[in-house]
Design a protein around this ligand. Structure first.
Ligand code: ADP
Ligand code: MG
Length: 351
């Protein structure tokens, strides 16, 4: 083998990107997940100038969330499942791609990006041109539910219905897939962030305690649940007294937090039921047998599988490592790009 060929092959710079509302992940074939950072950027207010010499992106920027003085603007450019700020999304992607693709001899990567199912055709085109400006040679888009289904190991090309529910930060994306195509899909703007907000509201209403987003997320991860758990637990929550204005802490139970989460959880459950109602009888019968798979960070909420199973009557399974399912799905696609190229091109031009 010619040494140059061997070298180029080993350095194949293709990458799969899970552009999530809360986390961005990058998968490089042969290397696996090489980047997993929060989708956050910190800039000087009114500019796209990234702080700390361009390094205040991802983990570094997330640490500043909710703690920044007015001279610093910490932004989540994909808030609520839509691309709220195109320019900052591009700034963030450029930083992440550079971080992963440090090679200087100019091999431009082919990039496969999984985008939230709810984004519009205009937003899709904007993502493609952003990535091209970031140096991508070719850009393919794939809907998040399909990438999630592949990452969960579902045999999506078979004539058997598969259902995936990806509960992220900004959106819950769900789809019924059969023969490689999406039969029906829903993108609901209720997911992890809305759960955090529900906890904030609950703490204020029931304990007169004001807490920040990150504290609320910590409570959710620490003691949150969707279904009664064996041996309910408690947590100490610190915030600011809504009346006196001074720092104060209270002890809350997992039952109380479950109560707080009931609103968003009901919305997610209703959307899953509606999606199921839209499937044909044949597909419904497949789903009754094979059930649905949960992915995304929200799949880690205690008892969410039990809740959905009880509400829908079909078996529910949580995929291994739900936070990385979409990125791993893009990896499987990239590693088999010849098989999937046409499918990806269709998605790319889809309106
Ligand atoms: P996105 O695809 O929108 O970027 P992710 O799939 O990365 O979202 O999931 C992020 C969401 O998952 C956040 O709202 C986070 O709070 C939530 N999350 C992460 N771990 C847990 C956990 N153990 N329990 C409940 N929610 C979790
Ligand atoms: Mg996601």
């Amino acid at each position: 083998m010619h040494p140059v060929h061997f070298f180029m092959g080993a350095m194949t710079p293709d990458m799969g990107i899970d552009l999530g509302t809360v986390n961005t992940l990058i998968y490089v074939p042969g290397r696996g997940i090489v980047l997993f950072e929060p989708s956050v950027v910190a800039v000087r207010p009114g500019t796209n100038e990234v702080l700390l010499d361009g390094k205040a992106v991802g983990n570094i920027a997330k640490a500043m969330l909710g703690k920044a003085p007015s001279t610093i603007c910490v932004t989540q450019p994909l808030k609520d499942g839509v691309i709220a700020d195109f320019d900052l999304t591009e700034v963030m992607l450029r930083y992440f791609i550079r971080k992963v693709n440090k090679r200087k001899w100019g091999i431009r990567p082919r990039v496969l990006v999984a985008v939230p199912g709810g984004i519009t055709a205009v937003e899709k085109r904007a993502v493609v041109s952003s990535l091209e400006r970031c140096g991508a040679r070719e850009v393919f888009l794939i809907g998040e539910p399909k990438a999630a289904a592949i990452g969960c190991g579902l045999p999506i090309s078979e004539p058997t219905a598969q259902m995936v529910v990806d509960i992220g930060g900004g959106t819950t994306e769900m789809a019924v897939i059969s023969l490689g195509d999406v039969f029906t899909q829903t993108s609901l703007r209720v997911a992890g962030d809305k759960m955090d907000e529900a906890i904030m509201k609950h703490m204020r209403a029931h304990f007169n305690l004001e807490i920040g987003h990150r504290t609320a997320e910590g409570v959710k991860i620490g003691i949150g649940s969707a279904f009664p758990i064996n041996g309910e637990i408690t947590a100490e929550v610190r915030g600011r007294d809504a009346i006196a204005g001074l720092p104060r802490s209270v002890t809350v139970s997992s039952e109380q937090i479950r109560e707080a989460l009931s609103g968003p959880l009901e919305q997610i459950t209703d959307a899953v039921k509606t999606t199921l109602e839209q499937t044909s009888p044949e597909l419904a019968s497949d789903l009754l047998e094979h059930g649905m798979v949960l992915a995304g960070g929200g799949a880690l909420l205690r008892g969410i599988d039990k809740l959905l199973q009880e509400e829908t009557g079909i078996p529910v399974r949580i995929t291994d490592d739900p936070l990385t399912a979409v990125a791993r799905g893009t990896g499987v696609l990239l590693e088999n790009l010849n098989l999937y190229k046409d499918v990806l091109r269709d998605e790319d031009t889809e309106e």
